[in-house]
Write a protein that binds this ligand. Structure first.
Ligand SMILES: [Zn+2]
Length: 287
């Protein structure tokens, strides 16, 4: 735990999607910028491989790349914590590999969990996103109410210890909590007024959730959560292109500062937030 709430420096990014160079640059930024902690808000692992090998590809990335990289970093940076969680492109079946890393003291997992960040501040996370047109549903949930369940089934799958299992999307969504229900649960784990929340999905209808076609695709429940519980700071990812559409890293909702680092393929986008003033700047690292 960091002793003082003053002078806390957070390095936040998301959507690294298994880009090893981005991970390396992130850790070297953490050292040069002398941050207190790193927050990686979901979509950690590679994509773009065929579905039948992707579970194994992602597991291999954790075991052969992420774990050794973080181990080396933590050996010389014991005081710099790494908080992270999976996002909608990461197969949930590989959570056991991240849990092993947590047991070794390399990372702290955020999804539906809370950790002390300072003496007076906690950090909590939530990796699920509203239904997407994409195939993998492990981390997808209905946003607000069950009435919004898709009227017809479409192609969908989840990850299991035996591989990819086709699922009925309608059954999937109806048999899980909504995002709204999960977030209300999360709010009970620590005092929202003194908790930094990391949710993979940005809040709906902000400068942080704009698609390439100009439409908003964030979560209405995340927005409702922020409006209702008024946390000081929320960190997001998921809509990679939003920053490039709006040129905004941050958006205020009431007294809450909300941030989406806006990942790119070629250049690492990461954001540094200095507390207690909540000063935000882009810590972009050029190749
Ligand atoms: Zn992503």
């Amino acid at each position: 735990m960091i002793r003082m709430a003053r002078d806390l420096r957070i390095l936040h990014t998301a959507d690294l999607h298994g880009n090893l160079r981005h991970y390396q640059k992130l850790l070297s930024l953490a050292e040069t910028e002398e941050v207190n902690c790193i927050v990686i808000g979901g979509d950690l692992l590679p994509k773009g491989h065929s579905l039948n090998v992707l579970i194994e590809v992602q597991k291999k990335f954790i075991v052969e790349h992420l774990r050794p990289l973080f181990k080396k970093f933590r050996e010389v940076n014991r005081e710099k914590s790494i908080y992270l969680m999976m996002g909608n492109d990461d197969f949930a079946v590989n959570m056991d590999q991240l849990e092993k890393m947590e047991a070794e003291g390399l990372i702290k997992l955020l999804h539906l969990r809370t950790h002390p960040l300072t003496d007076s501040l906690s950090i909590a996370g939530y990796g699920c996103v509203p239904p997407t047109p994409f195939l993998i549903k492990d981390w997808e949930r209905l946003d607000c109410g069950r009435a919004a369940v898709p009227a017809r089934s479409y192609q969908a799958c989840s990850s299991t210890p035996d591989g990819i299992a086709p699922i009925d999307a309608r059954d999937w969504f109806l048999s899980h909590n909504t995002i709204s229900e999960d977030l209300d649960m999360l709010a009970r784990l620590s005092d929202p007024a003194s908790t930094v929340y990391v949710t993979h999905s940005p809040p709906f209808c902000t400068a942080l959730d704009v698609l390439i076609n100009g439409r908003h695709a964030g979560s209405r429940s995340v927005r409702r959560f922020i409006e209702e519980y008024a946390p000081p700071l929320t960190l997001h990812g998921h809509i990679h292109e939003s920053y490039h559409m709006t040129k905004e890293l941050a958006n205020r909702i009431g007294g809450t500062l909300c941030i989406n680092a806006g990942q790119t393929e070629a250049i690492l986008h990461a954001v540094i937030i200095d507390l207690p003033g909540y000063l935000v700047r882009l810590a972009r690292s050029f190749p």
